[in-house]
Design a protein around this ligand. Structure first.
Ligand code: UDP
Length: 238
């Protein structure tokens, strides 16, 4: 397949669980190396890549709250978890020889840069992989909201949501072997069918700001490259 990218700038969202792989560890260096190599290959084609990482492999506010920790404190812990994942991903990108930086919504001087929209766009334009950490900096939302916000703020052409299934299905494909995958969906259809593509606030923000989304399987070899080159892969929501 000829590698002609369809997009100039993308925002890639990885859940924390995507970084864990199937090891007993919360963060798998081998999985990170694979992700870094795939992202790096895409940047080598001239595509600018912003990444939002989740923190669910370490902490989620909702889970901590159910276990007795205050919800807001739990969300703060969740946001800090995204920072640890971001550091690990930056490390993997650098080991693979790709320039990268972490910009956090929560200032952490000496470890990562503070998020600044114009600086982020500057670094993206200069070919650095910019990893957005710390979520939105606010509790009671998830990193889907951070992904939608950063995609819109950095004027990405598309938000790519990396998951462990091939796309968006009419029902949970893990529990229902007969689940049908969509290749294309409108925002309205996805909302009407309550398909739960991402958290509702993030999804409606993408709809309102006309930010297209592709959901694809990060475990599928070469899937990111195929998505970036416009091949039929995953589910497109527009
Ligand atoms: N979080 C938050 N505000 C944000 C982003 C994340 O409070 O803007 C917290 C929230 O508790 C969330 C946790 O950080 O559960 C980890 O993020 P998320 O659940 O989105 O991670 P993922 O499921 O993508 O791994």
């Amino acid at each position: 397949m000829a590698k002609n990218p369809r997009y100039t700038r993308i925002l890639l969202k990885f859940s924390g669980e995507a970084l864990a792989g199937d090891t007993n560890y919360s963060i798998s260096p081998a999985v990170l190396d694979k992700i870094a190599a795939e992202i790096g290959e895409v940047t080598s084609l001239g595509v600018q890549v912003g990444v939002v990482v989740g923190g669910g492999n370490l902490f989620r506010g909702e889970t901590l709250s159910a276990a007795g920790i205050g919800r807001i404190t739990g969300d703060h812990m969740g946001m800090l978890a995204t920072l640890m994942n971001a550091l690990a991903l930056r490390d993997a990108c650098e080991r693979a020889g790709y320039e990268s930086r972490v910009m956090s919504a929560i200032p952490m001087s000496g470890i990562v840069d503070h998020y600044d929209r114009r600086k982020a766009i500057y670094h993206l334009t200069h070919g650095e992989i910019v990893i957005f950490a710390g979520g939105t900096g606010n509790p009671l939302v998830t990193t889907d909201s951070a992904a939608s916000l950063r995609a819109i703020e950095t004027e990405a052409d598309i938000l790519l949501k990396a998951t462990s299934v091939d796309g968006i299905y009419d029902k949970d494909p893990i529990k229902n072997p007969d689940a049908k995958m969509y290749t294309n969906l409108s925002f309205q259809e996805a909302l009407h069918k309550e398909l739960g593509v991402m958290d509702l606030a993030a999804f409606t923000q993408c709809r309102d700001q006309n930010m297209k989304i592709i959901v694809f399987n990060t475990n599928k070899e070469g899937a990111l490259m195929r998505v970036v080159c416009g091949a039929e892969e995953g589910t497109l929501v527009k």
